[in-house]
Every structure is written in C-alpha cells, then in structure tokens.
Ligand binder design. Structure first.
Ligand code: F6R
Length: 359
C-alpha cells in the first residue's frame, strides 16, 4: 500500500535512498567479494562488446550503463531501443554479450530481442525488479534490482536501482579484468553519498512544489539539456514530465541546441539544465547564456564541483557516471509537482500501462 503517502509515485521517489542502501548491502558486503555469480562476471569479462537492450526509462538507464561499462570494465558497449533493435539487428562483434534492462521483466519489445538472441546462441543477462518474470526466466543470467514493487506507472526507483546494479556489475567485471579503474572505484562509498544526497532532496518536498510552480506552472513546452551523462539524464527527466503532466518536452544534447532547437526558445520557455560534468560544464554554460539571451526561463541543477553563483539547485558531486542517481530525483520531483498542480492523476496517466506486453 501507499502507507501515509498520497500517491505511489511520491512514495517510490522517497524510497530511493533506502533502495541505494539495500543494493549496497546486498551486492557489496563489507570485506567480502561482490555478491554476483562468478560465472556471470567471467562471462561478461570475456565479451568484446556489450549490447544493452531496453525500452523507455530502462533504455535511459542503459545509456548510463554503457558509460559505466566503458569506464570501469573497459568493454565497448552499445545501447539500443528494443523496438528498433529487434527489427534492425546491428552487425555483431565476435564475442557479444547481451544485457536487457526491464523493471517488469515482461516488456514484449525487449523479450522479442531476447528470444532472437537465444535463437542465435548468444549469452544474455536480464537486470529486473521481478524475480519470476518472463525475461528473468528466459535469460541465461538475471540480477535483481531489490527496489521493491513499483506501482506508479512512471518509473522512478527502478531507474536509480538499475544504474546502481549496472555499476556493481561493471566494477565486478573490471576487477575480474584487473583494471585499476575498477579496483579503486569506491562504489559503496559513492552509493552512500548518493543515498544521503537523495535524502536531502526528498526531505524538502515543499521546495520542489515551489520550483515546479515557478518554472513549469503554465508551461506547454519544456526543454531539458545537458552534455554527456547530463544528456542521458535530461532524456529521462523529459520523459518523466511528459508522461504524467502531458506537457510537451524534449531532452537533448546541449550542443545540439544551436543546430535547430534554439528556434523554439522564446521568452518564458522553461529550460532545465543539468551541469555536473566538469569536462563539459563551460560549454553547457555557454548554451545557458544563449537560452537566457532569448528569454528562456533557465533552471540550473549543478553539482558542487560545477556550481556557479545563481544556480538554483546544487547537489553533492559523485563520479560522473553516477550523477544521474541524484539529478534524476530533481527531475522526478519537478514532474510530480507539475502534474499535481494540474490536477492530474500522477500514478495512472492516460494511455499508459505499467507493463507493455505487446510489440
Ligand atoms: C516510463 C516507463 C516506461 C518503462 C518501459 C519499459 O516511466 O515506466 O518507459 O520504462 O515501458 O518497462 P520495463 O522496464 O518494465 O521493461
């Protein structure tokens, strides 16, 4: 049940710090090896390329997974939308390994690719929240999210759990490959920091209600931008707002602004900008100036390492690839309150089902 919460979505947003701590306890026991089947770790470590396949929010988590595995396991990775992948198989590498992300473990688009991967004799892993789901049963390996049931149609805690579990596996595989980057990756410490930062954000519901009113109150369109890892989270934050509030949104790479989308920036248009990647922060700041010069209503969400005077939201700095654990919570709460303020059903938006079992 919802307990004392008015909606499942708010409850599930608030559960995220506890989910981070649970994943850490489960997979990263103190002074013990990472709690993942060594056969799975070995199998992934031997791959020459990883193929992530997923839909919707899970696809957005797989974009982060690609970055985590390339950095910490040093295995090239691709992330594909299941409904595209299934009908346009790429030319595969010699030793591919398939990683499916699915909260429900029932998504037909993803299952279709899994069935074909199995038919071709390719190794498969499913990362899912539901132990006895179809995908969990059909894949060679599965890893559980331990996020607890997700009831609201809009996915929240599954996304952050997916990123955390991807990070655990990337570290385990990188360690198996004896990579310094993986050995020195203090993932338990990072997940603890992320959980504390999430707590700070979710402890302050009223502030998010006000920010949503100020930036999204009367919006019919909203833009989300960022570069690199902040681009990945901008896609997810944009999906969150559009699917429950019905505000038209776009998430895009900040540098792409000048290649077309800037034509849409007019006075008052909300532009939510994520700036947590030090390597690209200055360039994104430049894009913010371009938007402001055209009257856009810019809300900056920055990490401490990237912060500047005037930034509305500043969050603790984590390693780049884990920043979405915290930045997405800001996006979730903005979407939540913008939707409540419109008097809409947050948990059950129109036209959507929790698990999509048709292709
Ligand atoms: C968005 C959302 C959907 C799902 C997508 C995949 O909030 O919930 O985009 O992420 O339908 O579902 P799963 O992860 O169950 O395969």
């Amino acid at each position: 049940g919802k307990g004392t919460y008015p909606t499942f979505m708010l409850k599930e947003i608030d559960e995220q710090p506890a989910v981070m701590r649970r994943i850490s306890q489960h997979y990263l026991p103190v002074d013990q090896p990472i709690a993942i089947d060594p056969a799975l770790i070995q199998h992934v470590a031997q791959a020459d390329r990883l193929y992530f396949v997923a839909a919707g929010t899970s696809y957005h988590a797989s974009l982060v997974g690609k970055r985590l595995f390339e950095r910490y396991a040093q295995i090239p990775a691709e992330a594909g939308v299941a409904s595209e992948f299934g009908y346009h198989w790429p030319l595969l590498s010699a030793k591919p390994f398939f990683i499916f992300l699915s909260q429900s473990g029932e998504t037909a688009d993803s299952r279709q690719v899994l069935v074909e991967a199995k038919r071709r004799g390719l190794p498969t892993l499913v990362i899912t929240n539901v132990a006895n789901s179809t995908l969990a049963r059909e894949a060679d390996y599965h890893l559980l999210l331990h996020a607890g049931p997700e009831i609201a149609v809009a996915s929240t805690k599954a996304y952050t759990a997916q990123i955390a579990v991807e990070a655990v596996l990337a570290k385990a595989v990188g360690e198996r490959r004896q990579l310094g980057a993986a050995q020195s990756f203090d993932l338990a410490g990072q997940l603890a920091l992320a959980a504390n930062a999430m707590d700070e954000i979710t402890d302050n519901h009223q502030a998010w209600d006000q920010l949503a009113a100020e930036y999204l109150g009367s919006a019919t369109d909203a833009f989300y931008l960022g570069r690199g890892i902040d681009y990945d989270v901008s896609l997810e934050a944009a999906l969150k707002l559009k699917e429950i509030s019905y505000v038209h949104t776009e998430g895009f790479a900040a540098g792409e602004l000048k290649h077309g989308t800037i034509a849409l920036i007019e006075p008052g248009v909300p532009v939510i900008t994520f700036i947590t990647e030090q390597a690209t922060a200055d360039h994104t700041r430049g894009n913010v100036q371009e938007v402001k010069a055209r009257g856009g209503n810019v809300l900056v969400i920055a990490s401490e390492a990237c912060q500047q005077a005037g930034d509305q939201i500043v969050i603790p700095t984590l390693t780049d690839e884990l920043m979405p654990l915290v930045t997405v919570v800001c996006g979730q709460l903005l979407a939540y309150y913008a939707t409540l303020q419109r008097g809409l059903n947050v948990d059950q938006p129109r036209n959507l089902a929790k698990s999509v079992t048709v292709e």
